[in-house]
Design a protein around this ligand. Structure first.
Ligand code: SAJ
Length: 416
């Protein structure tokens, strides 16, 4: 039994909320996971999962079987409330400026407000624009004046502790990274950060660093922006290399032999719900200053169009071209299609009508409307043009003899 057993409500049972809720439950806490998706709630209560992530099914089953995790569509009273809901962006009125949408955080805060008691802790896990954690405090002050601060003691609801603990796990490795990664916890005051640290220490083996909430929010956004900018550099190199007639993979491999150079991999673009989204939170907060971060987003967003045009140009040389697209997910060895550049390119090829499009995606059963899914061997046999869009393990070891008569566009460098 967990020494400091708490009752915890986790708002949002997606890729972050569900693993976190299950982990806390297996460590002995009493956890209620809340989601508006009734079907997901029922699936979880039966010990199964509604999303794909290695080993998550085992963790959820053991959490539910222990009696420590139950899912529900409504919150209830607890010691700690963890908010792990989506923070997407909405398209701004000005072209190319995407504005963060914190309405789910706002709704979750309003949903828990009636259940708050003095001394409760609220933790925001969702990646959020700077100031969101403090805004939670303002909503609580409004909705629960009985919990509002005594004059002069603090700025935000000192009777309720509030901290930001941004999630950092890599899809595909969530369970391991949840335990092993270092964490940053930013409180609206020191006591909030310390209280959150004590809870995360019950399952986290990494080092926990304490700071204020705005610095924690910014650090998370900066981590994903760093990655985006560096991938944009690699993607820009791939365009330049194509123009000047050199192999970008050779260039990068050789440049990376320098002790202080570490160039990332070019690809068909940047996908997923994190790296393609979070930099916009920085750009919208400081549009005039964040020039490099914005440009990186634009470079990465442009790459699928470039690939699409390249394939179309090759296809124009055939009378009835058969185009084989290898991979649909946003990165290797997962089934997640969100914001996937591979999907965007494949859809673009289908709708342009340049030829017959055959798709091989070993990790999903259904593509999308108008997409023919096939076995790898059939695509390799029948396609005139092969477009590698995802570096899935299945594609790596194929017999190169099969490629001899084909036009190959390898956006991931797996067959170089
Ligand atoms: N990609 C490239 N070239 C590279 C590396 C990645 O084109 O060299 C592409 C991938 O194919 C994919 C996209 O970038 O389309 C993002 O993939 P990723 O593996 O870099 O990252 P995510 O989106 O799966 O997870 C990221 C992680 N953040 C960082 O590595 C800084 C993860 O730790 C975060 O928790 C997650 O975002 C999140 O939720 O914010």
């Amino acid at each position: 039994m967990q020494k400091n057993r708490q009752k915890i409500v986790v708002m949002g049972l997606g890729y972050i909320g569900l693993p976190t809720a299950s982990m806390l439950a297996t460590k002995g806490h009493e956890v209620v996971g809340v989601d508006i998706n009734e079907e997901a709630v029922n699936i979880i209560n039966s010990g199964r999962i509604h999303i794909v992530e290695p080993d998550l099914d085992i963790l959820v089953r053991s959490a539910v079987n222990s009696g420590n995790l139950k899912a529900s569509t409504t919150p209830e009273e607890a010691d700690t409330f963890i908010i792990a809901v989506p923070t997407p962006f909405k398209n701004g009125e000005q072209a190319h400026l995407k504005i963060p949408d914190v309405s789910y955080v706002d709704a979750a805060t309003r949903a828990i407000a009636p259940f708050l008691r003095e001394g409760n802790l609220i933790i925001l896990e969702s990646t959020s624009p700077v100031g969101t954690t403090e805004a939670i405090g303002e909503i609580i002050n409004q909705l629960r004046p009985d919990l509002a601060q005594h004059p002069g003691t603090n700025n935000y609801s000192p009777q309720v502790f509030i901290a930001h603990c941004p999630e950092r796990v890599l899809p595909g490795y969530i369970i391991r990274e949840l335990v092993d990664n270092d964490r940053i916890i930013g409180g609206i005051n020191r006591a909030s950060a310390e209280k959150a640290r004590d809870l995360y220490n019950t399952f986290c083996n990494g080092t926990i660093f304490l700071t204020d909430s705005k610095t924690a929010e910014m650090s998370k956004l900066v981590e994903n922006s760093f990655r985006d900018v560096n991938i944009a550099f690699a993607n820009e190199l791939s365009l330049i290399s194509d123009r000047v007639g050199v192999n970008v993979w050779d260039v990068i491999e050789l440049a990376n032999r320098h002790p202080r150079v570490n160039i990332l991999n070019p690809g068909p673009g940047v996908g997923g719900h994190c790296i393609a989204v979070d930099p916009w939170f920085v750009v919208s907060a400081a549009p005039e200053e964040a020039r490099l971060i914005r440009t990186a987003r634009e470079v990465n967003d442009h790459k699928p169009h470039w690939v699409l045009n390249k394939v179309k140009a090759k296809a124009a040389r055939f009378k009835e071209p058969v185009i084989g697209c290898l991979g649909l997910s946003f990165k290797a060895n997962i089934d997640d299609l969100r914001e996937s550049p591979a999907m965007e390119i494949t859809k673009g090829l289908v709708s342009s009508g340049v030829g017959r499009v055959m798709v091989c995606e070993p990790n999903v059963c259904n593509g999308s409307a108008g997409m023919e899914l096939h076995e790898l061997s059939q695509v390799l046999r029948e396609a005139d043009i092969l477009v590698v869009l995802v570096d899935h393990d299945e594609f790596k070891g194929i017999d190169r003899e099969l490629l001899k008569e084909k036009v190959v566009i390898d956006t991931r460098g797996v067959w170089r």
